[in-house]
Design a protein around this ligand. Structure first.
Ligand SMILES: C[S@@+](CC[C@H](N)C(=O)[O-])C[C@H]1O[C@@H](n2cnc3c(N)ncnc32)[C@H](O)[C@@H]1O
Length: 209
């Protein structure tokens, strides 16, 4: 399908975004919008960074952001002050150890975050735990292209191996859709974004608990 011209008017960029965000939006904006706009209810976003994704949600959701880098919180507050969300809050914390009850969110969102976390396995397990039954893990991440994938990795040994790698390599060791299924998600729908490098591909999708 041909992508329509970026949905957000230019004026929005200058009001809400840093130059990094503008660049990122040009690459991922359309795909993020297609993933995030349909979400409803209680949404947890892990690693929201500057809060760029806030522009893409329906204002009716209850949004909770979990961002370990508190120097980013100011940018998020700035956006939240201007966007009339029903309910929105940013807190500090890590995806590997979510400070929330089991079965409490309709969606957990992770865009370009699993490559940064210390422990991908724990982050996915935690996302699964806090999702309600039928809830959605919504992702836009990068992973090796099929030709670069390891045949099958998911065992405690492979988790440990991945843990020993440099942060930037951790997710790229993983076949994310398969990993989500291995961690008990019922169904994973995903598609590829256009290639960004010869060995990695960006994928976006939704896994259902
Ligand atoms: C590349 S930025 C992506 C920001 C945003 N999600 C986006 O799509 O533009 C990665 C973000 O993940 C956050 N992060 C790193 N480690 C994390 C962890 N263990 N748990 C949650 N977020 C983490 C970083 O602070 C940063 O804001």
């Amino acid at each position: 399908m041909t992508k329509p011209v970026q949905r957000l008017p230019r004026a929005d960029y200058s009001v809400f975004m840093t130059q990094d965000e503008v660049r990122s939006e040009k690459i991922y904006g359309w795909d993020k919008n297609s993933l995030l706009k349909p979400l409803t209810g209680d949404v947890l976003e892990i690693g929201p960074g500057y809060g760029t994704n806030l522009l893409h949600y329906s204002r009716d959701i209850r949004w909770l952001g979990l961002e370990p880098n508190i120097s980013q919180h100011g940018y998020i507050h700035q956006k939240l002050n201007q966007l009339p969300f029903r309910d929105a809050l940013i807190v500090a914390g890590n995806a590997e150890e979510l400070i929330f009850d089991d079965n409490s969110f309709d969606a957990v969102v992770s865009t370009l975050v699993l490559c940064s976390v210390q422990d991908v396995c724990r982050s996915i397990k935690e996302a699964y735990r806090v999702l309600k039954k039928g809830g959605r893990f919504v992702f836009l991440e990068h992973q090796p292209k099929a030709t670069h994938k390891r045949p099958h990795w998911l065992s405690p040994f492979h988790c440990f191996q991945a843990y020993l790698k440099k942060p930037a390599e951790r997710l790229t060791t993983f076949d994310l859709p398969q990993t989500l299924l291995d961690f008990n998600f019922q169904k994973v729908n995903y598609s590829s974004l256009k290639a960004c490098s010869p060995s990695t591909q960006h994928i976006k999708g939704v896994a259902i608990k």
